[in-house]
Design a protein around this ligand. Structure first.
Ligand code: GDP
Ligand code: MG
Length: 186
């Protein structure tokens, strides 16, 4: 844990379909734990993750959508002065990936173009090692190829006005790559 006062605080907002694991990723990052159900986060706006990077202490203020995941219900206010935007989909849900276009439009409408973006494909722990195994053992087939998501992230960075988009496949459940993704992002 980092106990020194942060030298800089960054506002980071989470978006993505309901159920992809946004609250779980925040919980993994801040509590290093996984819990299977979340009560509606009424009254809690954000959680803080302090990090030490190259000798500097910084804090990420992580804002959750608190269940307001319909595209038009995320307000401009939510994106206001965001330094970073974390866009989450579920690697076993093609739908959650297809909706990313609309989430990206949402960012534009909310003037979040200048923020640094992190694209996360969550729930990799659910993936069976091979397609064959997915049909034989308990495990889900991959619905989104990592290369496709990487291309989407690259497109975001190439569009000029947008800051670089990073991409990681993670698991809030096992913790895989969550720390790594946020260190890079920070
Ligand atoms: P949110 O609506 O985007 O905030 O999603 P939640 O964090 O509430 O997670 C939705 C559901 O997916 C819950 O049942 C979680 O336990 C589950 N979940 C979240 N992350 C993971 C993960 O990495 N792996 C697995 N297997 N389940 C996850
Ligand atoms: Mg949630």
């Amino acid at each position: 844990a980092v106990n020194r006062t942060p030298e800089r605080v960054f506002k980071v907002v989470f978006i993505g379909d309901s159920g992809v694991g946004k609250s779980s990723v925040i919980h993994r990052l801040c509590q290093d734990a996984f819990k299977s159900t979340f009560a509606a986060t009424i009254g809690i706006d954000f959680q803080v993750k302090a990090m030490e990077l190259e000798g500097q202490v910084i804090a990420l203020q992580l804002w959750d959508t608190a269940g307001q995941e319909r595209f038009r219900s995320i307000t401009k206010q939510y994106f206001r002065k965001a330094d970073g935007i974390v866009i989450v989909y579920d690697v076993t849900s093609a739908q959650s990936y297809l909706h990313l276009r609309e989430w990206l439009d949402c960012i534009q409408e909310g003037d979040g173009d200048g923020a640094v973006k992190l694209l996360l494909g969550n729930k990799v722990d659910l993936l069976a090692p091979t397609k064959k195994a997915a049909t034989e053992v308990a495990g889900s087939a991959r619905a989104v190829e990592a290369q496709a998501a990487q291309r989407l992230a690259d497109e975001c960075s190439d569009s000029g006005k947008a800051a670089p988009a990073l991409f990681f496949e993670v698991s809030a459940k096992s913790g895989k790559s969550v720390g790594e993704a946020f260190v890079k992002f920070a």
